[in-house]
Structure formats: C-alpha cells, structure tokens
Design a protein around this ligand. Structure first.
Ligand SMILES: Nc1ncnc2c1ncn2[C@@H]1O[C@H](COP(=O)(O)OP(=O)(O)OP(=O)(O)O)[C@@H](O)[C@H]1O
Length: 267
C-alpha cells in the first residue's frame, strides 16, 4: 500500500474541445478548445469576467454544481471522456484536483489530518506508517515540510496564509491527481508567499499537469510553459483569442489584443 500511496501518478494531457457554457440563458463561453499538455503549466489569462474560472471549473466538473449552469463540448483526460455518462463525478475530481483563490484548509483539523483528509473520500485505507510517509512526501512536494515537521499535530488554521495555501496544495496531492487546477492561488497572499507558491508550481510542473488562472502577468511569465488569452468583447461570450508558448505570447503574439493585454494596456 505504501508504494501505491507514494507512487507518482502517470502524467496526463487534458484536452478541452469546443466548450460552450451558460448560466441560465447567459452564454459565457463560446466553443473554446485548448490542449493542456502533460507535465506542463498552462496559464489562463484575460480580463475579469471573460470566463477563465468557468472554463477551469468545467475541467473538473465543478461547473455543473451551479443549479443554472449548463455546458456543451468535451473534456478528455488522455483518452478518458470526463463527461461520459457512466463516469462518476468523484472520479473526475480525484484525478483533477483544485486549489482555490483563498486557502481553505480545515482550520481546526491538524496539519497532518488536513493532508490525509482526501484519502477517506476516495475509499483508500492506509496504516499509520503509510500515512506518515504520505504526509512527509506531500508536504515536501508542496514546499512546506521543513516549516511544519515539528508541529504536524497543530491546527491547519494556525498557519500563515501562504503556508495554508501550500497545505491545500499538499492536501490535493495526497490523492495523486493527474492534473492540478489553480484558480488565482496567490491573489490573497503577500509577495513573499506568492514567490514561494510560484516555486512550488515550478517544482511540481514535471509531476502533475497544471492549469492556473492568474491576473498577474509576471506570474504567468514566471511559472507557465504556455498561455491561453481569453476575451469576452462587448457582452459576447468568452473565447480564446490566442494561445501558444509563454515566450511567444509575451514576445511575439499574433493578435494585437494579446500584445496589449500582456503589456498591461487593458484589463
Ligand atoms: N455562479 C454564477 N452564476 C451566474 N453567472 C455567473 C456565475 N459565475 C460566473 N458567472 C458569469 O460568468 C461570466 C464569466 O465569469 P468567470 O468568473 O468565469 O470569469 P473570469 O474570467 O474568471 O473572471 P475573474 O477574472 O474576475 O475571476 C461572467 O459574466 C460572470 O458574471
């Protein structure tokens, strides 16, 4: 079991094909397609309200939790169709984890228990020794181990905001996701904690496919391999104007709107 718990999951490519999304009658995404390659960090950028978070939430079936929400299109994790009717929603969530804008550890639960919290949900039983090894491995990957190794039994809510966010990353990693989605994971953090999370993202990049929404262009430039620029012009639904390697998008974009956005001229 230890080997199974500590195994790094196989890297996977996430492929969104012709995704449209609605809240009631309001169409917010129009036929958006994007391949998020295995083992790369993909940044979703664009002005507020253009549908980046909605797109991200479609990638692990969270969008459908909103009562008025609907969608069209396909999401494939390698060959697996995430929206196949026979597939359970919990299966998608296990393989595709999410880290939110505000750190959300279970505040009164210990640091240790926060990390292993997801195991029960996916029906994995583990011995104490196995859990000890998993906790150390996930906290190390999340860049938090050295700071908390001597206080694993203290509540997660007692950590700083940046540490809490790294604890949430460790908690997500414990169920061995193949993809990690991050929705503005640093927007509630100070610059030092932000840099620490960025280092963690870079370190994790080769172990898990990462998709991050960010408003911070320097951050997109620092952490991502490719970027997709979303835009919803004059009340129209969001589309991807352009996507490509981060270097191309920042240095030599095809569309002048991409150039203006990445250089801070609007949004
Ligand atoms: N739960 C909801 N109910 C109704 N409309 C929603 C809901 N969530 C988002 N929307 C609408 O969908 C559109 C896209 O929102 P979304 O949050 O995906 O954009 P975003 O690009 O992530 O914005 P931001 O950068 O500000 O987070 C917006 O018009 C927003 O008002």
């Amino acid at each position: 079991m230890t080997t199974q718990l500590l195994e790094t999951s196989q890297l996977a490519t996430l492929d969104a094909r012709s995704i449209s999304a609605w809240f009631g009658d309001h169409k917010v995404l129009d036929r958006v397609s994007l391949t998020m390659p295995a083992g790369q960090v993909t940044a979703l950028i664009g002005p507020s309200g253009c549908g980046k978070s909605t797109f991200l939430r479609i990638l692990n079936r969270m969008h459908e939790l909103v009562p008025s929400a609907s969608l069209a299109g396909e999401v494939l994790l390698d060959d697996m169709d995430l929206y196949d009717e026979s597939r359970r929603i919990t299966d998608a969530r296990r393989q595709i984890g999410m880290v939110f804008q505000r750190p959300n550890p279970f505040p009164s639960m210990s640091i240790y228990d926060n990390v292993v919290a997801g195991l029960k949900l996916i029906g994995l039983r583990a011995s104490r020794t196995e859990k000890d090894a998993l906790v150390e491995s996930c906290l190390t990957k999340a860049g938090l181990w050295k700071e908390v190794r001597d206080r694993l039994r203290q509540p997660g809510g007692g950590l700083s905001g940046g540490q809490q966010q790294r604890l949430c990353i460790a908690r997500s990693l414990a169920v061995q996701p193949r993809v990690l989605l991050m929705d503005e994971p640093c927007s509630a953090l100070d610059p030092t904690s932000t840099r620490r999370i960025e280092e963690t993202i870079t370190e994790l990049g080769s172990e898990v496919t990462i998709v991050i929404v960010t408003h911070n262009m320097q951050q997109a430039a620092r952490v991502s391999d490719q970027c997709a620029f979303f835009l919803a012009e004059a009340g129209t639904p969001g589309v991807i104007v352009e996507h490509g390697t981060t270097a191309e998008m920042f240095e030599n974009p095809v569309d002048p709107r991409t150039h203006d956005y990445v250089h801070g001229r609007f949004g």
